[in-house]
Design a protein around this ligand. Sequence first.
Ligand SMILES: C=C(O[C@H]1C=CC=C(C(=O)O)[C@@H]1O)C(=O)O
Length: 351
Amino acid sequence: MKIFEKIITSYNKEMPFVVYRKPNKKSVSALFSTIDSLTFTNSFTESGFVFAPFDNTKKAILFSLENSEYINEKTSLDTLISDDKKNNLDEKSKKNHIKLVDKTIKEIKNNDLKKVVVSREELVALSDFNLINVFQKLLSNYKNAFVYIWFHPKIGLWLGATPETLLEVNNSTFKTMSLAGTQLFKNVNNVVWKNKELEEQQLVTDFIENQLRNISTNLTIDKTETVKAGSLLHLKTKVTGKLLENSNLKTLIRALHPTPAVCGLPREKAKKFIVDNENYKRTYYTGFLGEINFNPKSTDKNSSLFVNLRCMSIENKTASIFVGGGITKDSNSKKEWEETVAKSSIMKRVL
Ligand SMILES: C=C(O[C@H]1C=CC=C(C(=O)O)[C@@H]1O)C(=O)O
């Protein structure tokens, strides 16, 4: 494929690029930047691809369509991966994460916090890393995810396969989702969910509804369903609506990001707790990424943004995998640790 050759050339030349496949789509798209400076957007009015951090006070990086070569190609590959999960049981990480979750539960019980998503970074040493091979494995094994490689020489190399849509905007209509609650997939889709997970996900749905009420009309909340994401199952509720005339993409992004699926409730308090207590800096994990204001086939201004989950950054032959989970008063710290182990295996399997 031409795209794969161009990825290697751009990466070797240290030129920025992004290559991605939308959920359940057969074609791969890419933007190869013709400039190597860092450019940002705060207005979300340009056309291009954004890569935004968790911290919603910081600007999003923009690869503008104007300064990029856009390519779209059909894929036909099936690179299946073996199921031997190389789980290096790291006792120190386990102790630290359990301690963090216990502290979070205590804080929720003693203060007015309802939910906080806490996370950790897992380092994996890479002996023979092949970017294209890893990307092909992500593409063929996570077909209903948004799969990507994003690179900028001044920021680094990121890869992921996220199950969570932040926003799909088609002119003035939009779609979003409330995604939370996790259990292992054991060959059954029709599973029973415990109250803890149902509540944890309902908090996200209620937040989304509240945030969108004043900036949209025709707000519709679908029935909650169980969805599969790799070896995991989540609870998902689709939300659709129409933007009011004085609202735009930026209004929508500001209203939603970060949702309680990756931050917590109340939002500002949860964010402060995360920044003060997690043992590393999230940077782009739980941020968002995707196309803004373009449609290669028409003059429509479409945007599709995804939450940066099930992702990793690669630097100096080490992968940093980022994983977290929603904590409420009913959480159990050992189970939360196990949930992060299951989530990190989604990236480990392709390395
Ligand atoms: C924060 C993550 O997942 C979120 C999305 C789905 C389910 C989640 C959960 O069950 O806690 C999280 O809210 C992650 O994968 O790192």
